[in-house]
Design a protein around this ligand. Structure first.
Ligand code: UDP
Length: 248
């Protein structure tokens, strides 16, 4: 398949992609690498929305384990995603990609409020829309934000960038014989206890509303553009496929 497979994508980028070699926080060089991958698909006139995580700075669950009220901790986490959003915006615009940052929590000094129709309009005008603060409500993560926004913005696919190239039948970090799924049904993805690809709530929302999910490794060559063009990259999860292992 050489033609574009998707016209409008939702890209979920975890906060860890902003961390580079650090243990915590933001590495501008890492942000630039993410931006360069996005630029490759932007150059193909694909409409792009990006939901950015905040795990490199703060996760609500971790904060609540240290005694912060869970909802408060989650709001701190959402603010962390806006920090990453600003960083990604800066990196993208430095390399000539026009952007708008929208936030589900109101922060008008730094980001537009999330307005669904405006986000769509930005994409139609060729701007990459970065979405901060996830859903804007606590007790969920940016995976749920990505699934929800993918649906309401009428994206063709939710592309989740991870550390490994797709979904495996066992943890590939600890099992050398782990095999990658080329395609996977949502039903199987939800039922596989060992597979920790995305929050179950986000998976269920994608399943119920038929929003396909592509899981792939962002920092592996030109994976993002290859995946968008339909090459055998990562794992494609949908209600409309069979569960099949990759042949390699
Ligand atoms: N968060 C939230 N609601 C949302 C999205 C995020 O409360 O809709 C909070 C939650 O505390 C989460 C944190 O923001 O842990 C950072 O997001 P996430 O953990 O999803 O980041 P990632 O793992 O993708 O880096």
């Amino acid at each position: 398949m050489s033609a574009q497979r998707f016209k409008r994508i939702m890209l979920k980028v975890g906060g860890e992609s902003m961390i580079g070699d650090r243990e915590y926080g933001i590495d501008p060089g890492a942000a630039l690498k993410v931006a360069e991958q996005i630029k490759l698909i932007y150059a193909e006139h694909i409409q792009i929305a990006v939901v950015i995580g905040g795990g490199n700075i703060f996760r609500g669950v971790a904060g609540s384990k240290q005694g912060i009220d869970r909802a408060t901790a989650d709001y701190i986490g959402m603010m962390a995603t806006v920090m990453n959003g600003l960083t990604l915006q800066d990196a993208l615009e430095k390399i000539g990609v026009p952007t708008r940052l929208q936030s589900a929590l109101q922060m008008p000094a730094v980001a537009e409020n999330f307005i669904r129709r405006k986000a769509i309009r930005h994409m139609e005008k060729g701007r990459v829309v970065i979405l901060g603060a996830g859903t804007g409500v606590p007790y969920v993560t940016t995976d749920t934000g990505a699934s929800l926004h993918a649906l309401e913005l009428h994206c063709d696919v939710l592309m989740k960038a991870t550390k490994v190239n797709g979904i495996y039948d066992k943890d590939p970090m600890t099992n050398s014989d782990a095999k990658r799924f080329k395609t996977l049904t949502f039903k199987d993805a939800i039922e596989m206890d060992d597979v920790n690809v995305m929050d179950t709530g986000a998976l269920a929302m994608s399943k119920e509303n038929n929003m396909p999910l592509m899981v792939f490794e962002l920092f592996n060559g030109d994976n993002l553009i290859k995946a968008v063009k339909g090459e055998d990259i990562g794992t494609y999860v949908s209600n409309d496929v069979q569960t099949v292992l990759a042949s390699e």
